[in-house]
Design a protein around this ligand. Structure first.
Ligand SMILES: [Zn+2]
Length: 172
């Protein structure tokens, strides 16, 4: 892992207002399960959704274009997935790589999972993160001030992905 870590703060450089993330309700057990249930108290910026999984933007991105592939069923380990669920999940991860190459033209993509708190897990519901890496990602703000400069709003990124979302069709 090189550039991909949570930042202390963000500086949104696009003129249009940044996306207003909703406060997470206190009685919520799991934010991904709430999204899967259509609970509109939680923020959700999907690119794709079906009965098995969701592909969505991370609202606190490590970089512009950060996507997550999330099975709807609440599991917190890969060992909890059936063979079919595992294959289906990673079939989508493969498509999402293609989507990112097409839509945001990264120099590389950091693909990862954090299983367990000790591994940096913030939500104990299995998800695969795909973080695009661009040339010249880290400037003074990132290196010295732990502030990520975001050059594009989340809504604009979501639109960019949706324009190419046919790449995800029939992934399984
Ligand atoms: Zn869950």
């Amino acid at each position: 892992m090189t550039d991909t870590k949570p930042y202390e703060q963000y500086l949104w450089s696009p003129k249009r207002a940044e996306y207003e993330a909703k406060e997470i309700p206190e009685d919520l057990d799991c934010i991904f399960c709430a999204q899967a249930d259509g609970d509109d108290r939680v923020s959700f910026l999907p690119v794709y959704e079906d009965d098995f999984l969701m592909v969505e933007l991370n609202i606190f991105p490590y970089n512009t274009g950060h996507l997550m592939v999330v099975p709807k069923r609440h599991v917190n380990s890969m060992t909890d997935l059936s063979d079919e669920e595992r294959n289906r999940l990673f079939s989508m991860v493969q498509r999402v790589e293609e989507l990112q190459r097409e839509a945001v033209d990264p120099a590389g993509i950091d693909v990862g999972m954090n299983i367990g708190k000790a591994a940096g897990e913030s939500i104990p519901h299995l998800h695969v993160q795909l973080v695009p890496i661009y040339e010249k990602d880290r400037g003074f703000m990132e290196t010295s001030l732990d502030t990520k400069v975001m050059k594009e709003s989340l809504k604009d990124t979501q639109e960019k992905y949706k324009e190419h979302a046919e790449i995800l069709d029939e992934y399984w």
